[in-house]
Design a protein. Structure first.
Length: 134
């Protein structure tokens, strides 16, 4: 598999508006997009630092993945996303190397990217996302 860069770091937050304020007012970053991904029960906000993005994730439902994460672990880093050249191939290769997949097939994520997650039990405890534009 060919990783090209860290696409983004996902951070689970309880209140998107308050978190945006911190990233803008304290860190001096500019939120360039806010988007709801209904099927993932999440609302996102994006910031760019160099080539890497920060994705803030607020649950739109307590039973959504981010809602469950915050209830269990609190706010904080949720996942690291890597851009890959060929997402289906990267998933196949990871699985062949013994990595448990959360997503066997790519699905649509925020910003129109195709995404798939690897299970943290197979990745040293870090929820890992692969992303690609096609």
């Amino acid at each position: 598999m060919e990783l090209t860069h860290i696409e983004h770091i996902g951070i689970a937050v309880s209140n998107l508006d308050e978190s945006i304020k911190y990233y803008e007012d304290v860190l001096g970053l500019k939120c360039y997009a806010v988007e709801e991904v209904a099927d993932q029960k999440v609302k996102t906000a994006f910031f760019k630092v160099g080539q890497t993005k920060i994705e803030l994730l607020e649950s739109t439902s307590p039973d959504g993945p981010i809602g469950k994460f915050i209830e269990k672990k609190g706010q904080g880093v949720h996942h690291v996303a890597f851009n890959v050249k060929n997402l289906p191939e990267a998933l196949k290769e990871a699985e062949e190397k013994g990595v448990k997949l959360i997503d066997n097939e790519p699905r649509k994520g925020a910003e129109g990217l195709n995404i798939a997650f690897l299970h943290p039990k197979s990745t040293g405890g870090v929820l890992t996302e692969f992303c690609s534009e096609n």
